[in-house]
Every structure is written in structure tokens, then in C-alpha cells.
Design a protein around this ligand. Sequence first.
Ligand SMILES: [Zn+2]
Length: 351
Amino acid sequence: MEFFNRVSELDAVLNWSRLQLDNLNLDNVEDSRKKDIRQLCLTFNRLTILPDSISLLYNLEVVDISNNALAFICEDITKLMKLRTFIARNNQLDESSFPKEFGSLQIETLNLSGNRMKEIPAQFLELKRIQSLSVGGNRLKNIPTEIENLISLETLYLGGNLISTIPPELANLPRLKYLALCDNRIQSIPPQLSRLNSLISLSLHNNLLTFLPREILNLVHLQELSLRGNPLVVRFIKDMTYDPPSLLELAGRTVKSRNIPYRHSDLPDHLHHYLNLASKCPNPKCAGVYFDSCVRHIKFVDFCGKYRLPLMHYLCSPECTSPCSSSSQSDTESEEENNVPVDRLQKVLLG
Ligand SMILES: [Zn+2]
């Protein structure tokens, strides 16, 4: 990395890269020098454990131990109170390789891509100051809901794993700017992700997505969205299953859509609660509402005047689809589409 080669910081850098080391022996490093060392580079060696001797370099801020055969991180790493960046790409680490107190570190950047983790270790979810977490190219099957604890996170890279679902809790990261979920097995995106107000870049290429939630239009800062390598539907799909509304739903729809006045004291609690659950039909030509019974419907929306994205939305009845969806071409004039600012997304990568 660039900072290891800067001459002005020579004293602060210990670069023992490519020396075929299988241990970290600091006996020949003077104590005064140990105090000065801020950055340690041990890349391309033969270390299988990160030994306790690392804590002798107690002022370390940056450690890069990528491309070794590392399977175990010593307990004493937790003594490095100034450690901000820990990089251990391309090793053999799994979720049991880390000391129990790893979460007490003040790490801001953690890169463990190219390892063997099947899940994100619980200690990582305690790293309160972490801004950038990379666990790409591992064997992760899911994202823990506790990811929401990492409220300082700005970059989350989870590409190249075996992830099939995204927990809605991921949407509770107010500072997240870059989210990479490419090269996984994701079939759907939870609509809650539209709450990621800081999101600039969303990588979803090479997954199993057939559509996106229409709420994705609410990501007002999104500049880049990659979707290539997904089986996105390209043509209007015939209406999907539609269970007819219950009598309760029909009565509720009538009360709501005709604005029939009612007071809490007029109704049993459960009916009052039910009426509050009404969703407005998103078809601008329909003033209706629905409760449990709705039509799932793919709608194509133009981005950049060039790409057409399939978005899922819900309508109150099969008739509601007809004004704007009888073919994949005829909905280009719909109001909703004209509301999408064409200059907003700078890049949509589909092919
Ligand atoms: Zn409707």
C-alpha cells in the first residue's frame, strides 16, 4: 500500500513484507523504535497465527497482514488501543479465529475479504467506531440483524458470498454510502432499504433478482446502481394471483374510499385498528384503498431516459392495472414515471 513506501514516515513504518516469515520476532527491534512504529506490513509471508508479540508495538495504528495462511488472531491484539485499520485479506480466518474481546477495539476500517467465514463474527457487531467493513469473498449465508448496531458504517462490502436474504435492519444504518451485495444469491430487496438516506452506490449485480421494490425510487442520493447479471423481468407479466377481498375488507374499503365518518367510540377496538391499516392504491387514476387483498404488479420505470427497471408495486384490484399496463410500451406516459427525476441516477448498469 502506498503509505508503507512514503520516505518521510520511514520510522513509523515496519515493512516486513515477502520475507517468508512464519513468526513475528521483534527481539532485534530496539524499544525506542517499537514506540515509534505506527504501521506494520506483514503481507505475503507464511504466518498461521498473529502472535502476542504484536502488542509490543503498542502504538500501532495500521496493520496489514494480507496474503498469509492466518487462521488465528491472538488475544493481545486487543491491547492495541490505537489500532484504526486492520487488513487481513486472503487468509484462512473463520468466525472462531478472533479473540472474545475483539469488539472492544477502536477499529474504523476492517478488511477480511477472501477468508473462510460462514457468518459475521459477533465481535464485529460491537465495533462501535467502524466505518468500513469488507467481508467479501467469504462463505457468508446471511447478514445478522445486529448489523444495525454499526451506526458509523459508511461502506459495507459483502460481495461474493452465499447470501440469499437481506434483513430489513440493514436499513437502520444512517451513514451508509456504499453497499455492495453483488455476486450473491439474493432474490428480493426489502422495501425498507429505501430508508438508507445516505446511500450513493448500490451494487446488486450477479444475483437472482427479478424486480425491485418501487420504494427504491426514494433513495434520493443514489448515483450508481448495478444490476447486470440478474434475471430481471423485461416484459409485462400477466396479473399474478389475486385473492378476492373478504366482506370485512370490502366494508373497510367502502368506509375509507367514500370518507364515511366514524369515531373510535362507534367501533370495537379491532375494527378501528383495522381501518387504520388501509393502504392507498398507488394508481394515480384510482382513489381506492386496500387492506390484505391486493394485486402484485410489475411496473417499468425509466431511469436516465434509457433503462427500464421493473419495480414491484401493489394495486387495489385487477382493474387498476389496465390503464397503465396493458403492454410494456403503453405505460411510458404514466404520471409516476414522469415524477422520476431523469438526471438523478448517473449510472444504472444493466448489461
Ligand atoms: Zn386502485
